[in-house]
Write a protein that binds this ligand. Structure first.
Ligand SMILES: Nc1ncnc2c1ncn2[C@@H]1O[C@H](COP(=O)(O)OP(=O)(O)OP(=O)(O)O)[C@@H](O)[C@H]1O
Length: 367
C-alpha cells in the first residue's frame, strides 16, 4: 500500500492490527490507520468493503476480533461507546419521534447528569451553529429530511467531543440538499476543528470534504492519501477506476524498457518515470483521464496523437463528454460545452505521457 504522510503529526485515533470477523467471514483484515488531530478522514469504497464495520469498531458498537483502537492516546478497545469521547451521526437520523428538537438535542446530556444551565447553553450553541434555532420546539415529523439530519448532527455536537463519526449522513437526501449540507459539514469542520471520520460511497463527497481519503476494498485499505494524490497518482487500477467520472481511460498493451506499445501505436513515454525496474516490463495498462486528452486542432501539438471516430456525445452544458473509438479502444474525452460534435465524426485526439499512469496487468499496481 502506498501511503501519504499523515497531515497532522499528533494522532487523534490509532488503529493497530485490527481484525473483525462475523463468524467465519473475515471483514476487516489486519487494518492499520492513524488519524491526525483535527483531520477530516473519509472512508470510501464500494458497498460491502467494510467501511461501516470499521466505523462501528471505532465507535465501540462492534467488538473487535483482534487488534487495538486508541483515541486521544487512550486504549479504548474494550470501552463502552459512551466513554470513548465520540459523537456519531447515522444515515437514518435515529431521532426520538415523540420528543421536540430541543428534547432530542438535550436527551443524552440529561441522562449523563449535565447541569441544566450547561445543557441550555450547549443546545443553544449547537442550534445556532446549525441554524436550527427556529425549529427547537418542533417534533421530527414536522421537519424536512435535511432539517432532521441537521438535528442529528446537532445531537453529536452538543456532546462536546473531540471526534465525530459520520456514517453516510447525506445518502437519504436529494441531490440539491446533499450538496448544501455537504458544504455545511465542511464549514462545521473548519469552525470546530474536531477530528472527523466520514463514511461514504460518494466520490464527490470524499473529494470535497477529505483532508485524506482511505480507499477500501475487501476489508483492506488500498490507498490512504490526499484527494489530489489519489486522483493524480492512484496506487493501483482499482483506485484509478473508482475515482473520476467518466472514469480513467485505459489502453491495453506492453511496457518494455520504459516504452509503452499498444494496438493504437507506440506511445512515447521516454523521459517519464514509468517502469524503471526491468521487473516492470510486460503486459500493462496505460491510463489517461478524459480531461487530459486534447481534441481536434488542440491535439496537433500533443506528443501522442491518434485518429478516432465519435461514437456517443453527451452535452452537459458546462462541458461536453464524448466517447470515441481508437481502433479497439473506447476512450472518453471532455470537450468545451460549446463543442459541436456528431456521432460518426472523425476526431484527432492527443495527450502526453506526462499526465498518464501505467499499471501492471499482473499486479494492477501503478508502475
Ligand atoms: N452482522 C453481520 N453479520 C454478518 N456479516 C455482516 C454483518 N454486518 C456486516 N456484514 C458483512 O460485512 C461486510 C462489510 O459490511 P459493511 O456494512 O461494513 O460494508 P460497507 O462498506 O459499509 O457497505 P455499504 O456501503 O453497503 O454500507 C459485508 O460483506 C457485510 O455483508
Amino acid at each position: 500500500m502506498k501511503q501519504a504522510k499523515p497531515v497532522h503529526q499528533d494522532p487523534s485515533i490509532e488503529i493497530k492490527n485490527l481484525h473483525l470477523s462475523f463468524g467465519s467471514v473475515e471483514v476487516l483484515k489486519d487494518l492499520n490507520l492513524e488519524i491526525g488531530k483535527g483531520e477530516f478522514l473519509v472512508l470510501l469504497g464500494s458497498s460491502g468493503c467494510g467501511k461501516s464495520t470499521l466505523l462501528n469498531c471505532i465507535a465501540g458498537l462492534l467488538d473487535v476480533t483482534d487488534g487495538q483502537i486508541h483515541i486521544g492516546g487512550r486504549n479504548v478497545t474494550w470501552e463502552e461507546p459512551s466513554d470513548r469521547g465520540i459523537g456519531m451521526v447515522f444515515q437514518s437520523y435515529a431521532l426520538y419521534p415523540q420528543m421536540s428538537v430541543e428534547g432530542n438535542l438535550s436527551f443524552g446530556l440529561r441522562n449523563a447528569g449535565v447541569p441544566k444551565a450547561e445543557i441550555a447553553e450547549r443546545v443553544a450553541r449547537a442550534a445556532k451553529t446549525l441554524q436550527i434555532e427556529p425549529l427547537l420546539k418542533r417534533k421530527p415529523a414536522a421537519l424536512s429530511g435535511g432539517q432532521r439530519q441537521r438535528v442529528a448532527i446537532g445531537r453529536a455536537l452538543v456532546r462536546d467531543v473531540d471526534v465525530f463519526l459520520f456514517d453516510e449522513p447525506l445518502s437519504n437526501l436529494d441531490a440539491k440538499l446533499r450538496a448544501d449540507l455537504r458544504v455545511e459539514i465542511k464549514q462545521l469542520h473548519q469552525t470546530l476543528d474536531n477530528t472527523m471520520i466520514y463514511v461514504t460511497h460518494d466520490q464527490i463527497e470524499a473529494m470535497t470534504l477529505a483532508d485524506r481519503i482511505a480507499i477500501m476494498k475487501g476489508g483492506k485499505i488500498l490507498q490512504l492519501a490526499t484527494p489530489n494524490e489519489i486522483y493524480s497518482r492512484p496506487a493501483n487500477k482499482y483506485v484509478a477506476e473508482f475515482i473520476g467520472s467518466p472514469t480513467m481511460n485505459f489502453f491495453s498493451g506492453d511496457l518494455s524498457k520504459g516504452s509503452f506499445t499498444c494496438s493504437a501505436g507506440d506511445f512515447s513515454t521516454a523521459g517519464y518515470e514509468f517502469g524503471t525496474s526491468s521487473a516492470d516490463n510486460g503486459a500493462a495498462w496505460f491510463g489517461i483521464r478524459p480531461e487530459h486528452i486534447q481534441c481536434g486542432e488542440e491535439a496537433s501539438l500533443s506528443p501522442i496523437k491518434l485518429e478516432s471516430k465519435v461514437q456517443l456525445v453527451e452535452p452537459l452544458g458546462s462541458d461536453t463528454l464524448a466517447r470515441v473509438l481508437v481502433g479497439e479502444h473506447q476512450i472518453w474525452v471532455r470537450l468545451d460545452g460549446q463543442a459541436e460534435l456528431r456521432t460518426g465524426d472523425p476526431l484527432t485526439i492527443g495527450f502526453s505521457a506526462a499526465l498518464a499512469n501505467i499499471f501492471s496487468k499482473t499486479t494492477e499496481e501503478r508502475l
